[in-house]
Write a protein that binds this ligand. Sequence first.
Ligand code: FAD
Length: 390
Amino acid sequence: MLLTDLLALPFFEDRHRDLAARLFDWASRHVPGLVDHHDVDGSCRRLVAALGQAGWLDACVPPNGETLVPLDVRALCVSRATLAYVDGLADFAFAMQGLGSGGISLFGTPEQRAAACPSVREGRAIAAFALSEPDAGSDVAAMSTTAQRVEGGWRLDGLKTWISNGGIADHYVVFARTGEAPGAKGLSAFFVEADSPGLSVTERIEVIAPHPLATLRFEQCFVPDACLLGAAGEGFKVAMTTLDIFRPSVGAAALGFARRALDEALQRATARKMFGGVLADLQLTQAKLADMALDVETSALLVYRAAWTRDVQQRRITKEAAMAKLHATEAAQRVIDAAVQLFGGLGVASGNIVEQLYRDVRALRIYEGASEVQKLIIARQLLAERRERG
Ligand SMILES: Cc1cc2nc3c(=O)[nH]c(=O)nc-3n(C[C@H](O)[C@H](O)[C@H](O)COP(=O)(O)OP(=O)(O)OC[C@H]3O[C@@H](n4cnc5c(N)ncnc54)[C@H](O)[C@@H]3O)c2cc1C
């Protein structure tokens, strides 16, 4: 399905259609010259600067001193689907600016917002979100990094891992245990400059779809009082509210990857000669293409339904966002796998577009809440709705 067909859905307004068309045109012309997949740090720096200068980061970071809500979630999702279609690293660079500054723009004071957000929005600073730890991934409440009150601020000690933009970020939103209550209620969020004494990058992590990713160590790292985001003890809320807003956009990125894979598969299937015709003449191929299209279009409906609900009905979208993320990421994996199959040997050849997509899509089913976690969220919401109805 063409992007223009998806954007004709009643979920959108003309400004979203215009955004998608302009961003696609810009990304097609500029992104290939900015990305070198063998130099992800340099690529991400160039991408962030270019996205900021061209004004595309306006869709994920609010202007000077303003809060993230109301954020145009449809604009965020359209941007991610468009960038992911063109290049996974471009989508990554875009999304992390929003996720990495979300805690500041949502819970920061006007001074904190004004100090941090404009440079992130303009692509002059790189942002990151440091929640996960070696022993606390899905189980966020098991976090063991601590922040102890000291004169004038806090002292952070512990390890954070799987931190996207780790090593190239200018600042991090870091979550640590401050102990107001046991478990999730005893966490707080902090804005931490990357050059803070006591903060170091201990390891760069290599993954199948390379991007800047690192483990951070905090050793008696002093953070001034002015860097606490929200109230002490509110860290879990800061993390979950940020993730709630960005979750449907992970589905949007998956949708972008899946659309690209379907387009590439259609092109290949109609060009590849075999058995006296082309691959697309075979009914088993047609069945595969039909399944792929169904997966793409159901993902689009769920992702854009979640974004529309948030924007237009202005209510929490916990269930809708979880459904969008779960379905779109799982479906994109199936679509891309089918595309690899249709390409035959070429599908697994390094550097082929579907091989790249195959690696790009995998982590989306794990981060920002693994698929199993999304299922639990959906079921809990269903049961709560049932209880409310009595
Ligand atoms: C590429 C990448 C980028 C990332 N970027 C960031 C980042 O920028 N900042 C950050 O803080 N973190 C980041 N993460 C970390 C990510 O959020 C965690 O990997 C994720 O939360 C899962 O945690 P874990 O890896 O410790 O897996 P675990 O928590 O050990 O979970 C392993 C598996 O257990 C299963 N599982 C989990 N819960 C349940 C359940 N309730 N029932 C049944 N099965 C379950 C799931 O299949 C899950 O994948 C990133 C991860 C990756 C891979």
